[in-house]
Design a protein around this ligand. Structure first.
Ligand code: SF4
Length: 299
């Protein structure tokens, strides 16, 4: 059981006690509130005000220092689940970098989830950490990525980041997440690239729209939305505030990714789908990739 430390910005991860969540016990930390990457499918925009106006948390470093003291030994911190820890302003502010330096002092386990190649700037620090990096890449098609994730770095830069980090020995997972039928559901080439760049694990999920993310997809891809509507709002099911595709279709989509991963010797896990029988990774989120000791202390 995760000890519920009385912390202020690093909190026990509890995705609304989601029925399909298979994440190991961990803490969740967002150095920034909101996110500039502007992904159409983002679910965090449904519960964070002025979401696309990224801003640093007030007194962040002071709060992090105080929270870190209260965390149990060997705690796992996932950063970030409701924003990206490497938004463009991080280049100048270096807040994520400073937080990583604090985590290093306590030898905490860190899972960095990002869409930005800016993470490679911190390679010197990553080597001193028990960390793994989960880079999200949803497509190799740069023009589709520009429409889906307008302000995030293009897929080629993310792949370069994977290559750079993995060539330095940093463990990498890839989030092919979310998969939207008719838009990015053929991931064979993507997975091949991912394997060639040295990633070890793939986490994937299907798009589960909430009202605001559905409206954004509908506005940008009206013809695709027309085809998807009966699946999501007719045959599909509503779970909490999200709309799910019909179970058989979700399973088929995830099975396709799982099979391709198996063929390429990548481990696989779904995120919040309820198909644990497809999982081959030791964790769904890639946290099993965090090493027992910092990279730089290894032989
Ligand atoms: S990078 Fe993540 S948090 Fe930021 S907009 Fe995209 S999905 Fe949302």
């Amino acid at each position: 059981m995760l000890r519920a430390a009385k912390t202020s910005v690093i909190r026990p991860f509890d995705p609304w006690r989601g029925r399909f969540c298979t994440c190991p016990p961990k803490f969740s930390f967002d150095p920034y509130t909101g996110c500039e990457h502007g992904c159409l499918y983002c679910y965090a925009s449904s519960y964070i005000r002025r979401f696309y106006e990224c801003r640093p948390k007030r007194d962040l470093l002071k709060l992090v220092k105080s929270d870190v003291k209260k965390l149990p030994e060997n705690a796992l911190i996932s950063m970030s689940n409701s924003s990206d820890p490497y938004p463009p302003m991080e280049l100048e502010l270096q807040l994520t970098r400073q937080c990583l330096a604090e985590f290093q002092k306590k030898n905490l386990r860190i899972l960095i989830i990002t869409k930005s190649d800016l993470v490679t700037r911190d390679l010197d620090l990553l080597r001193k950490l028990r960390c793994a990096v989960a880079l999200t890449i949803t497509t190799l098609d740069a023009s589709l990525a520009r429409r889906l994730e307008p302000n995030a770095p293009p897929p080629s830069r993310r792949l370069d980041a994977v290559e750079k980090l993995s060539s330095e020995g940093i463990k990498i997972g890839i989030r092919v997440d979310p998969i939207i039928p008719y838009l990015n559901d053929d991931v064979r080439e993507l997975l091949k690239e991912v394997r060639n760049t040295g990633a070890a694990h793939v986490t994937s999920s299907t798009f589960k729209p909430r009202p605001d993310s559905w409206a954004r997809i509908e506005m940008t891809f009206p013809e695709i939305a027309e085809k998807l509507r009966p699946f999501y709002f007719g045959e599909g099911e509503r779970i909490a505030r999200s709309h799910y595709l019909p179970k058989t279709l979700r399973f088929r989509l995830m099975e396709k990714v799982a099979e391709e991963c198996r063929r390429l010797s990548l481990t696989f896990a779904c995120c919040r789908e309820g198909f644990t029988e497809l999982n081959t990774g030791a964790s769904c989120d890639g946290s099993h990739l965090t090493p027992a000791r910092p990279y730089s202390s290894k032989d």
